[in-house]
Design a protein around this ligand. Structure first.
Ligand SMILES: Cc1cc2nc3c(=O)[nH]c(=O)nc-3n(C[C@H](O)[C@H](O)[C@H](O)COP(=O)(O)OP(=O)(O)OC[C@H]3O[C@@H](n4cnc5c(N)ncnc54)[C@H](O)[C@@H]3O)c2cc1C
Length: 493
């Protein structure tokens, strides 16, 4: 290794090699700053939660013509309709799912800069596409209609995203150091002037820098902190992504005078394969353990009872709050149930996953027996559900079709009777994605103290930045927020 790459002094040190950290590093390096990025994972285990994603990125746009110059070409574009997604809609979705608890200033910046920041990353070498398999259904005439406001994603999903980020970092001369766990912040005269770290062999060191950018994720992998902040039972949630985001640097920042930002008592969590043996931090299957097809069926608990509205809104706007509802059920287990008519509509990537937790049977009684549910209870639930459906309304998964099951709890859209065997039950539990609480900063990522002044030299972005989300979250916003506020932090650092 040459001397420059061994340097323990730099302009900017970025902590955390996920989407937010790399975005910050690129922006700083483009300004001519020397940048070292410290990543806790070794090279084969790096990429953070960002690696595990589908790459889905929520941006504003005016329809297909507005994005076609930066997405990969695809023959299907000629027969594709992508409804525009406006700034007003983006802001309204954030307001709706968080019950208005989203920070208005952060929201405004996120929304306004979302497309421009994807264009910037695309210009650097990241590759984007339309996500046909997740966000569009084929219409009867063979054309495609996109839904839900979330349309653009990375080529190759999270793995592609992180491979592209890593390649860009190389081009920009960023010194990425893997296997470096940052252990603390060095503060002198009130300013952050560097960090301490440890290596896997137990040795330690420090790096001095004018600016430190924190991009080391939330506290989702830390069972004690989950129990403390999210509540009892959360220690049992399964970790969907990286095993490294343990909240240690959130605490380190609080210790030097940063104030908490956003909602520390809630998080992003989803329905997640309950019984497959490797159902935490699985780098091979990544997000394939998610079970996002519930709007097409019903969900019952171990008592055979429904307990939530599977069709309350588009999947992108409900999936991140339903993990919590599963956690509350007996044994923190539930079953997504489908019949033969709707099984083919479930996304293959998720529902044909190797080792998936599923049972099937020709009758509901047999299915119930296989999953340990009282058969009469399941039959009663399904019969009541089927009988309550407003069958005069046309079923249409592309829109909020209003085809409701008027039962308690209701299914507000896409209610279809479960009538034709074989029937399928997919076992799900609660998978935690990331925590919503973080540090308070201004819109440039400057970490703030209790009196509202920035801590000199200290920046934050990504999951570590609190304030955008509470209770729930619109899909694709984590990557969007990471790149927008990462870039902003890197533009100042
Ligand atoms: C299965 C799954 C699917 C998802 N799908 C999507 C999606 O499609 N679209 C979307 O927008 N969001 C998605 N998300 C959420 C998304 O992953 C996050 O919002 C986003 O990636 C966070 O980026 P980040 O850079 O802040 O954190 P991360 O990508 O988690 O990066 C943080 C990095 O910090 C490192 N680190 C932690 N502690 C230390 C330390 N002490 N020293 C050094 N390094 C440290 C970690 O190793 C990690 O690499 C998904 C998440 C998961 C788990």
């Amino acid at each position: 290794m040459d001397e420059a790459r061994n340097a323990q002094q730099t302009d900017v040190v970025v902590i955390g090699g996920g989407n937010a950290g790399f975005s910050a590093a690129h922006a700083a390096a483009q300004r001519g700053r020397s940048v070292i990025l410290l990543e806790r994972g070794t090279e084969d285990l790096a990429g953070g939660n960002s690696y595990y994603t589908a790459g889905a990125t929520r941006i504003i746009h005016g329809g297909l013509d507005d994005v076609s110059d930066f997405i990969e070409p695809d023959d299907r574009h000629a027969v594709t309709e992508v409804p525009a997604y406006t700034a007003e809609e983006y802001a309204a979705d954030l307001r709706k799912v968080t019950n208005g608890k989203n920070d208005p200033e952060l929201t405004e910046v996120l929304v306004a800069e979302s497309q421009d920041t994807v264009r910037w990353l695309s210009g650097l070498g990241l590759k984007y596409r339309l996500m046909y398999e997740r966000q569009a259904y084929v219409r009867e005439d063979g054309s495609y209609l996109f839904w839900g406001g979330l349309h653009v994603g990375n080529v190759g999903g999270g793995e592609g995203l992180m491979a592209d980020h890593t390649a860009v970092a190389k081009t920009l001369g960023i010194d990425v150091r893997y296997g470096h766990t940052t252990t603390g912040l060095i503060v002198e005269n009130g300013a952050t002037v560097g960090v301490t770290y440890s290596l896997t062999d137990g040795s330690t060191g420090e790096i001095r820098a004018e600016s430190v950018v924190l991009a080391a994720g939330g506290f989702e992998t830390n069972p004690e902190l989950r129990r403390k902040h999210l509540g009892e039972g959360w220690e049992n949630a399964k970790v969907r992504g990286t095993p490294y985001n343990d909240g240690a640097l959130l605490q380190a920042a609080l210790d030097v005078g940063a104030v908490p930002g956003g909602d520390w008592s809630t998080c992003h969590s989803v329905q997640w394969d309950a019984f497959t043996p490797w159902n935490e931090s699985n780098r091979e299957l990544t997000n394939r353990l998610t079970r996002g097809g519930y709007p097409l069926g019903i969900i019952v608990n171990r008592d055979g009872k429904r307990f939530l509205d599977e069709g309350a809104d588009f999947r992108n706007l409900t999936y991140a709050k339903y993990g919590r509802e599963i956690l509350k059920q007996p044994g923190s287990i539930a079953y997504q149930v489908f019949d033969a008519d709707h099984r083919p509509l479930l996304r293959s990537e998720e529902y044909d996953m190797p080792g998936i937790s599923v049972e099937s049977a020709d009758t509901l009684e047999e299915l119930a027996a296989k999953i340990g549910v009282e058969p009469a209870a399941l039959v009663e639930t399904v019969t009541t559900f089927n009988d309550s459906i407003d069958r005069d309304i046309v079923w249409d998964p592309n829109v909020l079709d209003g085809r409701a099951a008027r039962v308690d709890p209701p299914k507000s859209n896409w209610a279809a009777p479960l009538e034709n065997g074989p029937f399928y039950a997919f076992a799900v539990t609660c998978g935690i994605t990331f925590t919503f609480g973080g540090l308070k900063s201004d819109t440039h990522g400057r970490v703030l103290t209790a009196d509202g002044t920035p801590i000199p030299g200290l920046f934050v972005c990504g999951e570590m930045l609190g304030g955008l989300f509470s209770e729930n979250y619109p899909g694709g916003t984590g990557l969007a927020a990471g790149m927008v506020f990462g870039r902003r932090a890197g533009n100042l650092a």
